[in-house]
Write a protein that binds this ligand. Structure first.
Ligand SMILES: C[S@@+](CC[C@H](N)C(=O)[O-])C[C@H]1O[C@@H](n2cnc3c(N)ncnc32)[C@H](O)[C@@H]1O
Length: 185
């Protein structure tokens, strides 16, 4: 929670002129990336980088691990590459691979590069088809003890169908603004 407070305070000092989408449940991601001590983390949806900074800060504290992030170059703003991941500290970038061609292309490339995914965070295309595509790629590479987190699960009933697909119940965190679903494999 202290980490989250500092990150929000830092974000207040930054200037980002385009709307980039709301931030993830930062304290949960930071906690999980510390607790799981992951070798490989994959996330979708970077925006200005709250979630990326949370995960990369934890990996730096752990002294190990790589983060692969999937974003989509903003079609309405050809300067968006300047803002994507703005909050990520320069010293953390050696653990970070950022791809910006959209989940369909990015996740296929990431899947070829990684073996097992220890922590997967989904926070990009909120449609059911987008969620299904990404989760199927992730699940093929997840094993016992790995954790899958989905943001904005209150948008549709994907969480329920995923729960049925994998045969386990999610843990759901509800904040003032949204709900976040978590499965531990
Ligand atoms: C809610 S924001 C992500 C917030 C980020 N996780 C954070 O904590 O700061 C959602 C992001 O998903 C991206 N996005 C939407 N559709 C996408 C797609 N098909 N592939 C990759 N990224 C996508 C948007 O460009 C946007 O930046």
């Amino acid at each position: 929670m202290a980490f989250e407070k500092d990150l929000y305070a830092f974000a207040q000092t930054q200037d980002f002129p385009v709307h980039m989408g709301g931030n993830a449940y930062v304290r949960l991601l930071y906690f999980l990336a510390r607790y799981l001590q992951p070798e490989t983390v994959v996330e979708t949806g970077v925006s200005i980088g709250y979630s990326s900074q949370a995960i990369l800060s934890a990996l730096a504290m752990n002294g190990k691990g790589q983060l692969y992030s999937s974003e989509l170059q903003y079609l309405h703003d050809n300067q968006s590459h300047k803002y994507i991941g703005l909050l990520v500290s320069p010293e953390f970038r050696d653990r970070w691979t950022l791809l910006t061609e959209g989940d369909r292309i990015n996740l296929a490339q990431i899947a070829q590069r990684v073996g097992r995914i220890n922590l997967f965070h989904y926070d990009s295309d909120k449609s059911i088809s987008g969620r299904v595509f990404a989760c199927n790629i992730a699940l093929e590479r997840m094993s016992k003890g790995d954790v899958l987190v989905l943001d904005d699960v209150n948008d549709n009933d994907h969480l329920l169908s995923l729960s049925n697909q994998i045969g386990r119940a999610p843990t759901v965190f509800t904040t003032k603004y949204k709900s976040i679903g978590l499965f531990m494999m």
